[in-house]
Design a protein around this ligand. Structure first.
Ligand code: SF4
Length: 361
């Protein structure tokens, strides 16, 4: 990163924020939808530097954090099945379910393998044909294509001991729920770069065209985020609303067609339950009939009672931008990264973890 350029941009951004805030005679509120942005904003100190003029709220952009409590409990039930090996991204391991976490289940004897990709989980299945490998499909549009490709490869190779618990989520339907909330008080959105690489810019047009709120797709360097905020401020002061692609080096209008085709080959949208949001229409991905043999939920039909979030945990309110993490009464007192009550404190993209690790200033 060019330090001089960053400093110059930061000075300009602080001045611009001040003048827009003066003009509006109030603080500006922006929401960063993506958990990686939340962490980058906290880590770089941007949140604190802009705070006299601007509040930067976190949104529902951490896939681990939005995973419903009942789905976490289902993962734990799978981990307890004899002969089953759970393959998962590392972020899920310490997320608390109702009575345990995968880490606790592993200490009790469950086989949990940390994988960096679904392909790695599939390779593990090939090497352990006497075991059933269940990959935990947690993620947004960014993760789903690689999972779909692993399933297509498993089918092509005739591998029958690999399956996926699909709790994938789609970002645009959740944005629609947020935007329809009469309590939402946001002047603009910083949209997720990674998700947009797959979906393309056009899919987010509705934010500006239907709801009249400016939105900018941003990359993940502080300089990208500062540029996105500048573009939002200019729209706010000009009373304009457009969905702008601020990450053109990787995001196109239509997105990654090959990745979208892979998703469409294996999955179809279905209503899904999000932590804090409840059931959101067409916001999840379930297996199409042709790939039903790879659906872990169908292959291992465990009974899991409906589970509420942990007592006192406000992850749902944090994910909807209604409170800041440090407004949760459990923040840093009962709930810490070492002993998390909710997923927002344990996921690397969680807003509570970002506030705990880097502060809100
Ligand atoms: S501080 Fe802990 S309990 Fe409170 S919202 Fe965050 S993760 Fe949930």
């Amino acid at each position: 990163m060019n330090i001089e350029l960053s400093k110059k941009l930061l000075d300009q951004l602080i001045k611009l924020s001040g003048s827009v805030s003066d003009k509006l005679d109030r603080q500006i509120t922006l929401m960063e939808v993506c958990g990686t942005h939340t962490t980058a904003i906290s880590k770089s100190g941007l949140r604190g530097l802009l705070s006299p003029y601007m509040e930067l709220l976190s949104g529902p952009g951490c896939p681990v954090c939005v995973t419903d409590q009942t789905d976490i409990d289902r993962m734990l039930a799978f981990a307890r099945l004899p002969g089953v090996v759970i393959a998962s991204f590392g972020d899920m391991i310490r997320v608390p379910g109702t009575h345990a976490s995968l880490e606790v289940e592993r200490a009790r004897g469950a086989r949990i393998e940390i994988c960096y990709s679904p392909h790695e989980a599939l390779s593990y299945a090939v090497q352990h044909i006497d075991k059933e490998i269940v990959f935990l499909g947690v993620g947004f549009e960014t993760t789903a294509p690689a999972v779909a490709l692993s399933v297509m490869e498993a089918k092509a190779l005739g591998i029958i001991n690999y399956s996926v618990l699909s709790v994938h989520k789609l970002v645009p339907p959740a944005m629609k729920v947020l935007l329809a909330d009469p309590e939402l008080n946001v002047d603009g959105f910083i949209l997720p770069g990674h998700v947009s690489v797959i979906t393309g810019r056009k899919v987010f047009d509705f934010i500006a065209s239907e709801y009249g709120i400016p939105a900018v797709i941003a990359g993940f360097e502080p300089i990208d985020i500062m540029e996105a905020i500048s573009l939002l401020l200019k729209q706010i002061v000009d009373k304009k609303a457009e969905t702008i692609n601020g990450y053109t080096r990787l995001v196109s209008e239509e997105g990654n067609i090959r990745a979208k085709n892979a998703i469409e080959e294996v999955f179809e949208p279905e209503d899904a339950s999000w932590r804090g949001f409840g059931l959101i229409p067409e916001s999840g991905l379930v297996f199409k009939k042709a790939y039903a043999g790879f659906d872990a939920a169908a292959r291992f039909p465990v009974e899991v009672p409906y589970a509420s979030p942990p007592e006192g945990c406000s992850c749902g309110e944090v994910l909807k931008g209604k409170i800041k993490p440090d407004q949760c009464p459990l923040f840093s007192i009962v709930c810490t990264p070492a002993d998390p009550t909710g997923p927002c404190m344990v996921s690397s993209e969680g807003a509570c973890a970002a506030y705990f690790n880097y502060g809100d200033e």
